[in-house]
Design a protein around this ligand. Sequence first.
Ligand SMILES: [Zn+2]
Length: 301
Amino acid sequence: MRIHLTILSLLITLPLAAHALDLKKTLKEAAEKSGIDSGSLNSKNAAEPAPAQNADTQAPASFNWKNPSREEEVQLGREITGNLLGASPLVNDPALQQYVNQVGRWIASQSERADLPWRFGVIESEAINAFAAPGGYIVLTKGLYRKLENEAQLAGVLAHEIGHVVKKHHLKVIQKQQLVGLGAGMLSDKISSKSSKGNQTLDKVIGNGAEIMARGLDKDAEYEADRDGVALAVRAGYDPYGLPEVLQSLSATTDQGGLALLYKTHPHPDERLAKLGDAIGSRLDSVSDGKTLANRFYQIK
Ligand SMILES: [Zn+2]
């Protein structure tokens, strides 16, 4: 369940240069306000390698679109997430953010990309959705969090998003767009000044990234993230029914307004449940020691 807020589509129509300037500030403020270690959402995190050169523009002159490095992927995801947080800030509840990071990082540590600087957050939005950006940035809405009843369900949602990042679903779509547009880009680069080139290109990509979040991935990528998510949650010790239960609860929800975006960007929960059933079926029943951890689940205010 990725998030794809309407705000994102609005964002891409705003002047992107203005965004880039405010980005770091917005991120830092949002992080500080919500008590997340402020290093976690900006480029000064000691655990992360510093961006290629100019820390202020955050845009290396050349971004290797054919084969982006881990650092380039993280940078791209950080900027896309920064745009998102600029529009919908993190919920001002440090204990909540810490809890979601604990659960998320534990699950991510069981994945094939445990080495990414994984960051998790809950944003102020009543829409029901979740969102994954390249490099390990994962966000869910307060509206979705409120639907959850135990830690295994949270784990299921986060594991689905982690699945998108591990398989680089969004990154691949952005890469494809970039490579297609490269010919035209090179032409216009010749007539633009060298100093602004890097920023313009990256801003455009961040806009494209936001657009992909708003439009969604293809169905197969979603089904794959569902399968991978359940497997990953089980590997992390959770009850395998966490994600299926959330899908069931969404399917039964009467608040169709809050779900509009989710339905726009994801197959219907019933379809996803059916596909999960086909793929995993009775194998779920053999997992008997998975935890639901209802007592440890953080109740949102
Ligand atoms: Zn998804």
